[in-house]
Write a protein that binds this ligand. Structure first.
Ligand code: AMP
Ligand code: GLY
Length: 438
């Protein structure tokens, strides 16, 4: 198979790494790539949002399957463009991608499908929104309807904060057009988890559960980021919960999408709040999470390329994928200052001690303990032959081992072997799970 991966971050590096191990893949391209990806895939200098040129490239290069990492090209209709030209692509079309690109659409689908979720109301008129906030009075969550780079959600303790958030979105337009409409919903409490399913329009295979760590500092303090680390599986929750999520969330969602004539093909990422026996869907995303994907790719077994092609063709079968029962963890190495302003172009050292041919005590120990360690590139660049920082999230150190404790120790050992000025790492990835296991 000839494959094209669209995207340029840690998620796409992990996908390329895993796809490269598929026996059926003999040529891999990635647009636009990064120094880590480029060691596995031929870089293609077309931006992920340039969907016409990507389709031209796929046709010219006789690509058998295109796999899309980020949500933006999906929201712009990359799947529609490829389908119109008879090109296979894994990812939902524009209509189905609304599960992520419009929060009110997502809530409507949840309601139609009977999927458990927080009670909500949708507003296009600020006066009505204000009235609703005053009436509710209780803790609530105000969400800009459209894509707002992960910043459109404000969790509020009471009506004052909610009024401010409503006005920020609808009047001051701090999220641009994304805030023209808002969803105001009941505030839930519990533990958040991410669940992934590979969907072929009619059915789905579970890709496992992971827990992300969004705030930038330890103890969930500081501003939210794209994610500072993740682990999978999530030992607080058992296989029974996974089955419930498939039965109560994924399958009914797929049924409603198919009945509307917009079947969902691709990776469905369900964000959930779990509180004892209660589960509620917070959001859908229409792609892999980052850094959840990195941890999941460590655990995935089977021919990923064949599985993704089968999903794109609507022919997914249970034998296509398995997940290792081992534990995987991903730890993000971020630029100092992220998610605010940060420097770029800072030299990165130490990677060759983990990934290269250079022997190290750690590598020998990992081999003996059967710990698998891998570092993915998220925001790096190569200037004059030197690897430098080039983004907020720079590298993602991952490890998989027979226990979560070992995986966490190895991922941090790898993260500590890498150096760049201002490096910031959350030290408590998976700490809640480990405390529960102790
Ligand atoms: P979303 O983009 O909808 O997942 O929201 C972003 C974050 O806001 C989630 O990861 C939660 O931490 C929080 N959040 C969203 N909806 C709710 C809710 N109904 N109750 C409590 N927290 C929420
Ligand atoms: N890590 C969460 C996301 O990718 O949206």
């Amino acid at each position: 198979m000839r494959l094209l991966v669209v995207g340029k971050g840690g998620r796409e590096h992990a996908l390329c790494w895993r796809l490269n191990q598929s026996p059926s893949v003999w040529k891999l391209f990635c647009t636009v790539g990064n120094p880590g990806i480029n060691s596995l895939a031929t870089p293609v200098p077309i931006e992920p949002n340039d969907i016409r040129r990507l389709a031209d490239f796929a046709a010219q290069e006789r690509i058998d399957l295109t796999v899309v990492g980020p949500e933006e090209p999906l929201t712009l209709g990359i799947a529609d463009e490829f389908a119109a030209r008879g090109l296979a692509l894994l990812g939902p079309d524009r209509a189905a991608a609304q599960l992520e690109s419009s929060k009110s659409f997502a809530k409507q689908i949840m309601r139609e499908a009977g999927v458990p979720t927080a009670s909500f109301a949708v507003f296009d008129d600020v006066e009505q929104a204000r009235r609703h906030v005053r009436q509710l009075g209780a803790p609530m969550v105000v969400k800009a309807d459209g894509l707002a780079a992960g910043k459109g959600v404000t969790v509020c303790d009471g009506p004052e904060a909610a009024l401010r958030a409503t006005e920020d979105a609808m009047v001051r337009r701090v999220f641009g057009d994304a805030g023209r409409r808002v969803v105001i919903e009941e505030r839930l409490s519990g533990q958040e988890i991410s669940f992934f399913a590979l969907c072929d329009g009619a059915g789905a295979l579970p890709l496992g559960m992971a827990q992300d760590h969004k705030p930038v500092f330890d103890g969930d303090r500081g501003p939210n980021t794209g994610g500072m680390g993740a682990y999978s599986p999530v030992p607080q929750f058992d296989a029974a919960l996974e089955e419930r999520i498939m039965r109560e969330v994924v399958e009914p969602t797929l049924r409603v999408m198919a009945a509307r004539g917009t079947p969902f093909r691709g990776v469905l990422f369900v964000g959930l709040m779990v509180d004892g026996g209660r589960l509620n869907v917070l959001e859908y995303n229409v792609r892999f999470g980052d850094p959840e994907c990195e941890a999941l790719m460590m655990r995935l077994e089977g021919d990923l390329a064949q599985a993704l092609l089968a999903a794109a063709r609507g022919q997914l079968a249970p034998e296509h994928l398995r997940l290792s029962p081992k534990s995987a963890v991903s730890v993000v190495l971020a630029s100092g200052g992220y998610p605010g302003a940060y420097d770029k172009g800072l030299p990165i050292g130490g990677l060759q001690r983990i990934d290269g041919n250079e022997p190290s005590d750690a590598k020998i120990r990992w081999a003996v303990e059967q710990v698998r360690v891998k570092v993915f590139h998220a925001g790096t660049a190569s200037t004059q032959g030197r690897l430098v920082t080039d983004g907020g999230r720079v590298l993602v150190a991952c490890a998989m081992a027979s226990t979560l404790e070992r995986a966490v120790a190895a991922a941090y050992e790898a993260a500590d072997m890498i150096e760049f000025k201002g490096k910031h790492v959350r030290r408590d990835i998976a700490a809640k799970a480990l405390a529960g296991l102790a």
